[in-house]
Write a new protein. Sequence first.
Length: 291
Amino acid sequence: MVVVHEKLRVKFLEHQVMKDFHEDCGALFPCNWSRYVFSPDELDSILTRSLKFYNGSNPDKRKLAWLTYIDLVGHMVLAREIVNRRALLGFCILNNLLFDWEDDLCSLETMDELIDEINDIVLDFFPEKFQHQVYSSWVNCAYCYFINRRFEIKEKVCNSSEEMFHFFRLSDGGIAAYLIALISVYDDRDLLHIVAQEYTLNLLMKPFMYVNDVFSFNKEITEEELANQLMILLAGTNLSLDQILKKMLVEITYNIDSLKLLFPEFYGVFIFWLRGNLEWSYVCSRYHKKE
């Protein structure tokens, strides 16, 4: 099996490259960036529950990292009215739980344990009419992490076709799980129907993943992770870094235009969600060690 990271012509992305890409993407996701303000009690609830199964050496450092993820979640919901604030807290906690699991910082070692905790969070924080959809989507996301751990699927997929890579990343990135959980925050079953359509997720996947992969590149090349579109293109084509980034921006633009045409009533939600991912990916401690 060809090892992607050993074929790379570019080992690290310079700060200016990331800054320029951030500005270009910001122009494609036109909405006002601001931090969503939780009350002290809400923030304490999120952090306490998020650290329940943390198994690392520095909980205070991890708590600061969680604050960047909470900023991401908060910005993602600014586009529409928040109907259920408790569901918003549960959304943050689910997100943090799977980040700990993926980063091997979670004391839950078996899949059954993880699923039980997902179930408890869903029952505690989400309205009954949405619990089945939220639970199913986050369990599917968790299984993706479990299968990758057990069979190293991520590394195998990344040395296969781009189609297989995209299929894996759609699950690995948790796009469906994120959006379905947000539906209960908005209390909008119409959005649930839209999100359930495969082509909607595919249109959202490229902008989300391309942005995430650019800013996570330095972390992932250092740790020899391979599930990164930029990494695959740098290793498998003769295109320069500048050409690849421009190609990504063209594809992002096409998908955004398609979303606006096909789903004008939800375009604002999608744009805020993509902008939240952009800002988080650009500054978060998980990728840039600014804890």
